[in-house]
Each structure stands twice: as structure tokens, then as C-alpha cells.
Write a protein that binds this ligand. Sequence first.
Ligand code: NAD
Length: 369
Amino acid sequence: MDIFKEIYDHEQVVICNDPKTGLKAIIAIHNTTLGPATGGCRMYPYQTFEHALNDALRLSKGMTYKCAAADVDFGGGKTVIIGDPAKDKTPELFRALGQYIDSLNGRYYTGTDMGTTPEDFVHAMKETNCIVGIPEEYGGSGDSSVPTAQGVIYGIKATNEILYGTNQIGDKTYSIQGLGKVGYKVAETLLEEGASLYVTDINSEAIDAFLHRAKEIGNTHVKAVSGNDIYGVDADVFVPCALGGIINNETIDVLKVKAVVGSANNQLLEDHHGDILMNKQILYAPDYIVNAGGLIQVSDELYGPNKKRVMEKTKAIYNSLLEIYRYSEDENISTVESANQFCKQRIESRKHRNSFFSHQKRPKWEVRH
Ligand code: NAD
């Protein structure tokens, strides 16, 4: 493979190989214009080095856009560990990773992603300050699904503002896929506001728990549906909070909703499905704009954990999304393209602020000026 062709868009790619602990990892730093790079660490038994590298490159680039959209002082990065999270984890492996991260001297901060947990990073923290999203008992900010769910609610409000001229959420019907950490909280808020819901989850216990909560709230306008039936229900807004790739040719054919707004990562199977949604006059809230609450929380840890401040910052999702929707309408482009342009402009407009190697290592909780 022509490695420089693969990484032409990235500032730095670090290959970590520590035979003593078995650590094999790739750290990709895409862009540090807005600040040191950040992005979680994924652990997965990649079949080949190329698969792992591609994932690190693709995900780190996505983080650059996500950070720009969320208006946090970070650029995009990502780590992938080649290994099986069920078998290959040891404290020593994560300490070794911590040493590699520390060697970057503050240019990159990481935390959990698929296959890793906050507890893994308690080990990495022994070697570096550049860890975010750690458990509350270790000075971190705790469960990130709270601001993520709040961000989805702001996303729904902005969407209703565009569709109906009012940001009220209680007089509509929503279809919710996934009642996990984020979906449950979103569904609960909608229910408390008086909305009607269709819900689904592959875990029947999650559905039972939610139906029980609906009774407690006193709003029984909730109908549980099974599996793929969620795509064709008669709702105003589809709220995907489970899997990626669920917006595809098959599901778009049956969707009756006027909008899609949810937390799930990579909702569009391919980018052009954003255009198909637009042609079908279904408003799509780009996932990485709407689900940025968790990122806002972990990046805010640099200033010391503060839930109130995180909730204030999460409100910005509402105005960002309105801006993206309006630009998409003015320019007759999909909301996905509009969001990408929004982020590129934000990065471009701040290029003067930071230079490539300007990020110096500093004490974790020190406020930057
Ligand atoms: P979670 O694992 O707590 O919940 C996911 C729920 O979806 C589970 O209840 C699961 O049973 C259900 N599910 C899985 N497959 C399903 C299917 N085919 N149909 C219906 N339900 C299904 O995860 P979460 O933290 O709530 O995250 C939800 C989504 O939001 C994920 O895509 C995640 O990547 C994304 N996200 C989460 C955060 C966060 O802070 N937690 C931040 C950004 C993005």
C-alpha cells in the first residue's frame, strides 16, 4: 500500500508496537487547527493492518468535523487497538498505550469507544494526563449519555422549528429505535412533554422498563413495535438511537416521517442517502451534529467537571442545526453537505489561532487562554 497516499489528509499517524504487553495500536491525528486532537480508542480484532489503519484514518477525520461542529477546542484524532476486547485486555496494555499517548506531548487526548471502557483508561491515566471521559470517582464527568440525550432533544426542537414554525415537542408523534442509555432518556423527555411514541428495542427488558416508566409518568400514548416495523409507522420524526446504516434504500422506501433526528452514529448507509432523503422531503439532522453532547462533556473535562456548564454548551446544537438546515435550503444542497461545509468554514476561519505544533503539554485541569 502507498502509505502516504492513504494518509495525505492527516497530520500524523503513530504506529504503536509493544511486544512486552502485546499492544498493537494506531493513533491517527487528523487535524489540530482548533486545538489538540481528541477521539476515543476503539479495540477490535481487525483482520489486517490495512483495515485498522483505514478505520483510524476515517474515524479521526470524522472527529475533526464533529469537534468543529460542537465548537470545542479540539481537533480530530482516533486510536485503534488491534485485539479482542474479550480476551486481550490487560492493565499493562493500557499503561503502554498511555505511554505512547504521553509521548505525543499533549497533541492528542483519548478515552473510550467501541470495545473499551472508562475503567481501561484508569490504567492509561497512570502514564498520561491526556485522558478524557474517565469515571466520576477518578475526577471525570461520568455518564456522557445525559448530555447526548439532551442534544437530541435540542435537535428535535430545531427540526420542529423548521418544519412547523414552533419548537414545541409535546404535540407530535415520534418513532424511537433503541431504548438504551440515550434512547431511553430521549423517549422519557418526549413522554413527559406529552408526545406520542412508537418504540422498539431488540431487548424486551428495555421495552418493559420503558412501558413501566410511561405508566409512572401517566402518558400511555406509547406503542411498542417489533424489529423493522419501526421504519413504516405513522410518526412525525424518526429517532434512531441504536445502530448505524439504518437509513438505506430499503428503509427510505417505507419511511413516512417528515424528519430523522437521533443519536446513532453513521445513520446513513452511504452519504448519497442524505440526497435521497432530501428528494423525498424528509429533513435529516446530520448525526454528528445532533449526538455531540457526549463529546462536549468529555472535552469540557479539561476545565474540571461541571454538569451545568456542559448542559449550557450542549444548547448550541440547537442553533448550529438551524444554521445547517437554512444553508441547505438556501443552497439547495443536502443537510449532510451543508453540515460538512459549516464545519470546514469554522476550521478555515480559525486557522490563524493555532499552528501545527503549538499544543504544549500542560496540567490536565489547567484552563487554556
Ligand atoms: P446503548 O448500547 O446503551 O443502547 C443501544 C440500545 O439499542 C440497546 O438498548 C440495544 O438493545 C438497542 N438495539 C441494538 N440493536 C437494535 C436494533 N436492531 N433494533 C432496536 N434496538 C436495538 O447505546 P447508547 O449509549 O444509548 O448509544 C446509542 C447510539 O448513540 C449508538 O449508535 C451510539 O454510538 C450513539 N452515541 C452515543 C453516545 C453516548 O454518549 N452514549 C454519544 C454519541 C453517539
